[in-house]
Design a protein around this ligand. Structure first.
Ligand code: GRF
Length: 215
């Protein structure tokens, strides 16, 4: 049986949908079994329901502190026999206790080429800095925010007339490509967290480079 995966969201859920769509392919090595949102009104919850994936909402204000929230989250995940967690726009900081329990089994997608632009407003900051190349990363989650070992990255060239929205849209398209690929690597055991690094069996360096701008 392929590992059962939970996707944790707070909003739109487009990465969640990309993971669900990928997992529908017969050969995909993981099943998206549960979606958990910390916000009742997250549009992704309705999308999960439409896709026929079980969903749960665990709202932060029902708990006195972060640890009790994370214990309830952990309980929900374990009672659903989840073995891998994908964070996909989950806007809560997880406690070191929770991250420690799921270390090597919890991954995240971030809209920048890490370690650049950790945190929020990544596209806006990239445009302000006039970078020529921007992108997205998937990584194993560790207690430090957006700092865990990187699994996969995709780059996009920044166009001179890009706005936050146009750049975000191109990066998002790449997110939808690398997140399902990254999850398949982790679920199949090809990618793993080892001594603080992500080791990927069979990975070959890609030749050539993305040079931006082009003339
Ligand atoms: C994505 O840009 C993701 O990289 C970031 O939050 C956003 C979530 O978007 N962590 P969506 O809910 O998956 O559409």
């Amino acid at each position: 049986m392929p590992p059962r995966v939970a996707v944790l969201i707070s909003g739109r859920g487009s990465n969640m949908s990309a993971l669900i769509a990928a997992s529908r392919f017969e050969q995909y090595p993981a099943t998206i079994s549960l979606v958990i949102s910390n916000r009742l009104e997250a549009p992704g919850v309705a999308l999960a329901q439409e896709a026929g994936v079980k969903s749960a909402v665990i709202v932060g204000r029902s708990f006195p502190d972060r640890l009790s929230y994370d214990k309830a989250l952990d309980e929900t995940l374990r009672s659903a026999n989840i073995s891998i967690i994908c964070l996909a726009g989950f806007m809560r900081i997880l406690t070191p206790w929770f991250v420690g329990r799921w270390l090597g089994k919890i991954i995240n997608i971030h809209p920048s080429i890490l370690p650049a632009y950790k945190g929020l407003n990544t596209h806006e900051r990239a445009l302000q800095d006039c970078v020529r190349i921007h992108g997205c990363s998937t990584h194993f989650v560790t207690p430090e925010l957006d700092a865990g070992p990187i699994i996969m990255q995709a780059a996009v060239a920044v166009a001179p007339d890009d706005t936050i929205e146009t750049l975000a849209a191109r990066v998002l398209e790449r997110e939808h490509a690398i997140y399902p690929l990254s999850l398949s690597l982790v679920a199949s055991g090809a990618a793993m967290l080892k001594e603080g690094k992500c080791v990927i069996r069979g990975a070959k360096p890609r030749e050539g480079s993305l040079i931006a701008p082009a003339f």
